[in-house]
Design a protein around this ligand. Structure first.
Ligand code: C5P
Length: 219
């Protein structure tokens, strides 16, 4: 099995309060996206394609010398769609990873690859939900508790049989906007397997996440 990695790095740094794209924000002096590309490679992915904000291409070229870049889109779904088109010829499996998960341990990548090698068509790393979890109405009032033992937090990289992911994106309406790729294949009835995720693969969203990541690197 030959796996190509897709890194979604075309988001803004808005929630991080950054004046540059989130993927270029430094962690211990290196852009988040460089860490994320390295995480995929360390876990066994050979080729990587990165979706970047079109207006920032030069900065990404400088941050990722020799890495294949494509212009991303207005949504994560559009960005992955563009990278997938560019990665068509590169492998029989695809791992889609968020640039915003820089410290993903190689073992998580390896678990996803192993599940694909065992025949899964779609696989996601997950973590348990430890807090009581509730649904809330538009008025901010709790409408009910959700059974947390059935719930999982979903991380990346998410792995797919390439043909399965390509077909799902082909069938997906052009303006569809989903928060991950497992949701794309699940829409078309494909079973999504799970493997153990890792707290260290947490997504950098707000400043506090970056502070924790800096501590993790220093440890
Ligand atoms: O916004 P959020 O943190 O959920 O984004 C997850 C990942 O998707 C990030 O790594 C971000 O760079 C990427 N993204 C993208 N294209 C967009 C929006 C987000 O590649 N238009």
């Amino acid at each position: 099995m030959h796996a190509v990695g897709i890194v979604a790095a075309a988001g803004s740094g808005l929630r991080l309060g950054a004046d540059l794209p989130k993927a270029l924000v430094p962690l211990a002096g290196r852009p988040l996206v460089a860490w994320s590309v390295d995480a995929l490679r360390a876990g066994g992915v050979t080729e990587v394609v990165v979706a970047v904000p079109a207006a920032e291409r030069a900065a990404f070229e400088a941050a990722l010398p020799g890495v294949r870049l494509v212009d991303g889109g207005a949504t994560r779904t559009a960005s992955v769609r563009a990278a997938l088109a560019a990665a068509q010829d590169l492998g029989d499996a695809v791992l889609v990873h968020d640039a915003a998960r820089p410290l993903t341990p190689p073992a998580v990548v390896a678990r996803v690859l192993a599940a694909l090698a065992d025949g899964a068509r779609a696989v996601v790393p997950v973590l348990p939900v430890v807090d009581t979890t509730v649904a809330v109405g538009p008025d901010g009032v709790v409408t009910g508790a959700l059974p947390r033992e059935q719930l999982r937090r979903v991380q990346t990289p998410q792995g797919f049989d390439r043909a399965t992911l390509v077909q799902a994106y082909d069938r997906l309406p052009a303006d569809a906007e989903l928060t991950d790729d497992a949701a794309v294949v699940h829409t078309f009835g494909i079973a999504v397997q799970t493997v153990a995720g890792d707290e260290r693969a947490a997504k950098i969203t707000v400043t506090h996440d970056l502070v924790l990541a800096e501590q993790q690197v220093r440890r």
